[in-house]
Design a protein around this ligand. Structure first.
Ligand code: V47
Ligand code: SF4
Length: 359
């Protein structure tokens, strides 16, 4: 195996094997990866790069789990003085009311896994958003939250998803995937839904017509082989269902958590990872650089390494990254996202949550 034979496969539009993927992570020069990933990206999306106008809502940071990388969670009995929050539907209404109709297209809802909440809570929350703002796409609840809802309410994953969909859920975010390998998962996220359950939730969602995203948390204790294994499991599921819209690699940030002794990977590693993801995951259409995690400069650079989507305006409504060492108040206007995209010679396109262009 060498770069020439992998390059020839890419030219022929042939799928890369796990061995090819590993070789690219370990041996390919960054410029080589950039040029190949950029060519594949261009063949799918031309010169266009996407963004949307969204906010996040994180109902609570109280969580029955204690993932080692997580700076956001607090134990369920924690008080406000200890940094815990638990917003009411009235609080959510106030947040929504701050945005005039037409200024947003999506709300992204995810948070800690509250011990008392089952699927009834998820249904009520989706229905409340739809009642307040029927025009918003509700992308809500990771597979980990949905697994807990189902267990708490004593229903199957299919039933939980069906009920959430009927209440107003439109799609699932990609969180909770972390790294699928059981040994790594045990070390960093022991206790929460295992890989096969995460996959089952997304498979069941896709079968119900709910689209979803997939993430990968990298740059902590995993190896390149673990990243390839993770993407292979996603690629296999996507072959079965076609329900993933975007893949979102998330670099481990090391502030205020139980793994703070681990250094963060350098920017070149983020770019390498985007490029390999674009080349290896040949069946997930969009590769998203979540600028909140990367910062705007690196997010702009990532557009040259296979990325075609920068996520949304966010408007300082998420604390998952700010608490872990990301930007303190993550917010940009759609104009700023447009300027960043144009700075890399690309055409900014506002999209809805299913990647339809908004004129
Ligand atoms: O699953 C938590 C990650 C995820 C840290 O679907 C951390 O459009 C790095 O999934 N360092 C939640 N990462 C966020 C998420 C997401 C974000 C944006 C868009 C979408 C989408 C999904 O955040 C968790 C976990 O992997 N995370 N703590 C940390 N210290
Ligand atoms: Fe809880 Fe999610 Fe943080 Fe894990 S990553 S501790 S499940 S909030």
């Amino acid at each position: 195996m060498d770069l020439e034979s992998i390059g020839a496969k890419l030219v022929r539009g042939e799928r890369l094997s796990p061995e090819d993927g590993l070789y690219l992570y370990e041996k390919a020069p960054l410029e080589w990866l950039r040029d190949r990933a950029d060519a594949v990206r261009r063949s799918r999306h031309g010169e266009e790069a996407y963004f949307n106008r969204n906010i996040h809502f994180e109902p609570t940071n109280k969580c029955v789990y204690a993932c080692k990388f997580c700076a956001f969670y607090r134990p369920p009995k924690a008080t406000e003085a200890e940094g815990a929050w638990d917003y009411s539907f009235e609080d959510l209404k106030k947040k929504l009311d701050a945005y005039p109709v037409g200024s947003l297209t999506e709300i992204h809802i995810t948070g800690g896994v509250h011990p008392d909440r089952g699927v009834e809570y998820g249904e009520a929350l989706c229905a409340f958003v739809k009642e307040q703002r029927p025009e918003l796409h509700v992308k809500a609840f990771t597979a980990v939250e949905i697994t807990y809802f189902a267990k708490k309410s004593g229903v199957s994953l299919e039933e939980a998803l069906g009920r959430l969909k009927r209440a107003g859920l439109d799609s699932l975010p990609g969180g909770g995937a972390e790294i699928f390998d059981p040994e790594v998962r045990r070390k960093i996220a022991g206790g929460k839904a295992p890989a096969h359950t995460w996959i089952e939730v997304h498979e069941a969602a896709h079968k119900l017509g709910l689209l979803s995203n997939a993430t990968m948390l990298y740059g902590h204790v995993e190896s390149y082989a673990h990243r390839i294994d993770h993407m292979l499991r996603l690629r296999d599921l996507q072959d079965r269902t076609g329900g993933f819209k975007a893949f979102i690699p998330l670099r481990y940030r090391n502030e205020s958590n139980a793994l703070s002794h681990l250094p963060e990977v350098p920017a070149a590693e983020d770019l390498r990872n985007y490029a390999v993801a674009r080349l290896f995951l040949d069946n997930i259409p969009h590769l998203k650089a979540y600028w909140v995690m990367l910062g705007l400069d690196l997010a702009a650079q990532s557009l040259d390494f296979g990325v075609d989507d920068l996520d949304g305006t966010v408007d300082d409504t998420t604390r998952i990254y700010s608490m872990a060492g990301g930007m303190a108040h993550p917010a940009v206007t759609s104009g700023e996202l447009g300027r960043i995209i144009r700075s890399r010679g690309r055409i900014p396109v506002e999209r809805d949550s299913e990647y339809e262009k908004i004129p």
